[in-house]
Design a binder for this molecule. Structure first.
Ligand SMILES: [Zn+2]
Length: 500
């Protein structure tokens, strides 16, 4: 499972596109003038309450002097992507980009996993100095933006920028505590079973982690496809099974070159879906390397993409600008809604036994995600309310290490402390202002993770999220608002066919 999946709708100035940088500031200033004009008019059209609330918040925190800082932040993000995209390691004499080490990180042989993990970490550490330099610049820019907008710290500014009207920083911190009390013990139980099955005395980071699934029975990773064309075509069948209209959307993306799926040298890490609003099209970016995590990522980004297609027909573009807390419901729900079709007899990728393993892997990753999210979120709360301390990378190392131990109490990090301490550089330096993992964004995954799970397991909630069914036997739903069917029925519950 990729840690860096997101949807990005807000245009981001990048240094590689000087034309965009040149027009960014005037466009933003003109947009602010339009917002002020609309708000001053007193017009309150029906159904426009939420967009008006958002517009008021945006207009309130807008500052002309922040525009060059936002442009600068975009340039730093580009430098970050260039550094990460250039990272390669030599594996058996072949120079590989880091995402292509993922199959080795999931290898059934523990020594192979350890070798791959140590190589990846050593490569991360090699760029530590450069990323420390970027980090201090990122932090200074963000602190200045918050000050310019009249906020005491960047967290308060960012909270408003993310339009979090329904929960507060203290709610978020209470949620971190709940994860510690409820999820961490559950993951510890999972790890105890995992260790026993694998015959391990201690659990090391290369034996289980939130990004890569390691099979407890020592089996090699399941292989969903042999090349990216196959990944694309099988995913197309799965989406069409979920709903023919969604399948048609995906075919449009294939036809119009709106997919960039394979990993390659120089490519930025992670995966995301972005939108081109004028032409009403989404675009999916990811780093596929032949693992089930790629299938999950494509299903996830497909959910975002279909959201873009369906929302494009809304009467106002203001209605399309949903917060990440909702945008991620479309993507995370799609991961679950597509799960009944992962087997080849449904048009998907796997034998029935491997499809069951794929579902287990997905659910295992969902559980392991929570402690990881808590570490990232707690770290960012500290960073953006203790900016002076956080400008020192050594202080960041110490805080990240403390949080890692708090939320992963049973992982043995003896002798690899520097590698663990450096984890914040992989998870918390922004490459995109709306990245889910940076800038306090990852918490946005918490409500949709719960919402998506409930959307799959509690049919009573389906009408409330806009899921409707074509016919009693169709077993298809669509995450949009157009009325379609009179009848509905339960879909098969995927956990019922878990075999582990
Ligand atoms: Zn997403």
């Amino acid at each position: 499972m990729s840690p860096r999946r997101s949807i990005q709708r807000t245009p981001t100035p990048r240094s590689g596109c000087s034309t965009f940088s040149r027009i960014f500031a005037p466009v933003q200033a003109a947009d602010q003038a339009l917002k002020e004009k609309l708000l001053a008019s007193g017009l309150e059209p029906d159904g426009f309450d939420v967009p008006l609330r958002n517009l008021r918040a945006e207009a309130e925190i807008f500052r002309l002097e922040n525009l060059p800082l936002i442009t600068e932040e975009g340039k730093l993000g580009n430098q970050f992507d260039e550094i990460k995209g250039a990272q390669t390691v030599a594996w058996d004499g072949v120079d590989l980009p880091l995402p292509q080490l993922n199959p080795h990180l999931q290898n059934a042989d523990r020594a192979t996993r350890e070798r791959a993990w140590r190589l990846v970490q050593a490569r991360h550490l090699k760029d530590r100095g450069a990323l420390n330099g970027l980090w201090t610049q990122f932090l200074a820019l963000r602190v200045q933006m918050a000050r310019n907008a009249g906020f005491s710290d960047y967290r308060a500014y960012r909270w408003k920028l993310l339009k979090r009207f329904d929960y507060t920083p203290s709610d978020s911190q209470a949620f971190q505590n709940a994860i510690e009390q409820v999820v961490v013990p559950a993951v510890t139980r999972l790890n105890t079973r995992h260790k026993a099955l694998l015959g391990l005395d201690t659990l090391r980071p290369w034996d289980a982690n939130q990004h890569l699934f390691i099979d407890s029975k020592g089996r090699p990773p399941i292989t969903p496809y042999s090349n990216v064309a196959e990944l694309e075509s099988r995913a197309a069948t799965v989406f069409a099974k979920v709903d023919p209209d969604l399948g048609a959307h995906f075919e449009t993306m294939r036809r119009e070159g709106l997919l960039d799926l394979p990993s390659r040298k120089g490519k930025a890490p992670g995966g995301y879906c972005t939108a081109f609003p004028i032409v009403k099209r989404p675009f999916i970016f990811m780093n596929a390397v032949g693992l089930h995590g790629d299938v999950d990522t494509l299903l996830h980004e497909g959910g975002h993409a279909f959201h873009v297609f369906e929302a494009a027909e809304l009467a106002s573009h203001h209605l399309q600008d949903v917060p990440m807390e909702f945008a991620e419901v479309a993507s995370m729900a799609m991961e679950l809604l597509a799960s009944p079709y992962l087997a080849q007899d449904q048009g998907g990728f796997y034998s029935p036994a491997d499809a069951a393993r794929a579902r287990f892997e997905h659910l295992d990753g969902m559980l392991r995600f929570w402690p990881y999210m808590a570490v990232v979120d707690a770290f960012q709360h500290w960073v953006y309310t203790h900016a002076e301390e956080a400008a020192d990378p050594a202080a960041c190392d110490a805080m990240w290490s403390e949080l890692y131990r708090r939320f992963h109490p049973d992982v043995d990090v003896n002798g690899i402390e520097p590698e663990i301490a450096n984890g914040w550089q992989q998870s918390c330096i922004s490459s995109r202002p709306r990245s889910t993992t940076s800038n306090m964004g990852l918490l946005s995954w918490a409500p949709p993770r719960s919402g998506a799970t409930q959307s799959r397991t509690r049919p009573a909630l389906w009408p409330r999220i806009g899921a409707r069914f074509r016919s009693a036997g169709a077993r298809r739903c669509r995450p949009c608002s157009r009325p379609l069917a009179r009848n509905s029925r339960s879909m098969p519950i995927p956990w019922a066919i878990w075999s582990g």
